[in-house]
Design a binder for this molecule. Structure first.
Ligand code: PSU
Ligand code: MN
Length: 306
């Protein structure tokens, strides 16, 4: 079997590939494990629409009955949004889920793998996984970072969430040679806030320039991803003292309930949302839209370089 035997393209994505149109990959763990129903489905549809409004084609990625789906139907998005049995699939889970003909939503890592197979260069998400606080004891480092080290996809995110150790996450990316670009910012954004206290490697102010960097990196045979960090729009930031308080409380609860492994990120996300009475969720939705906008613009310039 060839890898292409495992892939199913949505007709819109197939058409876009044929015509050399820009495509933006979107992840699906955020739908099944990152947000509650019905906001998850509303957000997934809104993000796709945002990509379309920029004249690019959205390709939300997931695994349905063992098929690698590049672009989902409304029914498939609804299935992921409402079904508790849907697996959270990262790199280690991918082959098993396909082989067993099961369904799963894809993390940043797994979405990058499938985007690469489908030759999609640009991917928008909310936040990436990273080095967790306390990782010196738990060794909890998201497979997203290793994927960024190896897989040639540009990931547009709003920085790293403060549930992570942001400094260690940046160190890991540096070791692995992943360029971290700040879009119109010198400071790494921290998801709910535009400030983290850490600098990015490079401030780049235009989508065109980012597209040129991607082309240059991969033309030179320097494999691996590029992380573009895009600050949450002005007016939607949450106060960092409130957020830190909520995150600390969520981490204490996770420890009390002995939550570990792949369950920890979804647990912390939902606890933080609960503690902030949904304010973090609203911010999350806004920043994903902002990232989809930028990713579409990068994809547009990238597609013109072919
Ligand atoms: N961070 C967020 N929202 C998310 C995730 C991370 O702010 O929904 C999801 C992404 O799919 C990411 C995954 O790839 O969690 C990371 O999980 P882990 O830490 O188990 O690798
Ligand atoms: Mn982990």
């Amino acid at each position: 079997m060839k890898f292409s035997d495992y892939l199913d393209f949505h007709p819109d994505v197939e058409e876009a590939i044929k015509n050399g149109e820009p495509i933006v990959a979107l992840e699906s763990t955020i739908i099944s494990h990152g947000m509650p129903y019905p906001k998850n489905i509303e957000t997934a549809m809104m993000v796709e629409e945002t990509v379309r409004s920029n004249k690019a084609v959205p390709a939300t990625i997931a695994i349905i009955n063992g098929r690698l789906k590049v672009g989902l139907t409304h029914e498939e998005i609804e299935f992921l949004a409402t079904n508790d049995e849907v697996r959270k699939v990262s790199r280690r889970d991918l082959a098993i889920t396909v082989s067993q003909k099961q369904s799963g939503s894809t993390t940043v890592a797994a979405t990058m793998i499938i985007a690469k197979l489908a030759e999609i260069a640009v991917f928008a998400t909310g936040g990436i996984g990273g080095v967790h606080r306390g990782a010196e004891k738990t060794l909890d480092i998201s497979a997203d970072l290793e994927e960024l080290a190896n897989t040639n996809v540009c990931v547009v995110c709003a920085g790293a969430k403060a549930i992570l150790d942001i400094g260690l996450t940046l160190e890991y990316l540096e070791t692995k040679g992943v360029p971290v670009i700040g879009y119109k910012t010198t400071e790494l954004p921290a998801f709910y806030s535009s400030e983290s206290g850490f600098d990015v490697d490079y401030k780049i102010d235009s989508a065109l320039e980012i597209a040129e960097i991607l082309r240059t990196k991969w033309s030179l045979g320097i494999d691996g991803g590029v992380l573009v960090t895009n600050p949450i729009p002005v007016g939607y930031e949450l106060e960092s003292s409130i957020m830190n308080e909520a995150i600390n409380q969520a981490i204490i609860e996770a420890e009390k309930e002995h939550i570990t492994g792949k369950k920890i990120t979804p647990f912390l996300l939902s606890k933080v949302s609960e503690i902030t009475e949904g304010k973090s969720l609203d911010a999350n939705i806004k920043l994903i839209q902002n990232n989809a906008n930028l990713a579409a613009k990068i994809a547009l310039h990238y597609s013109k370089q072919d």
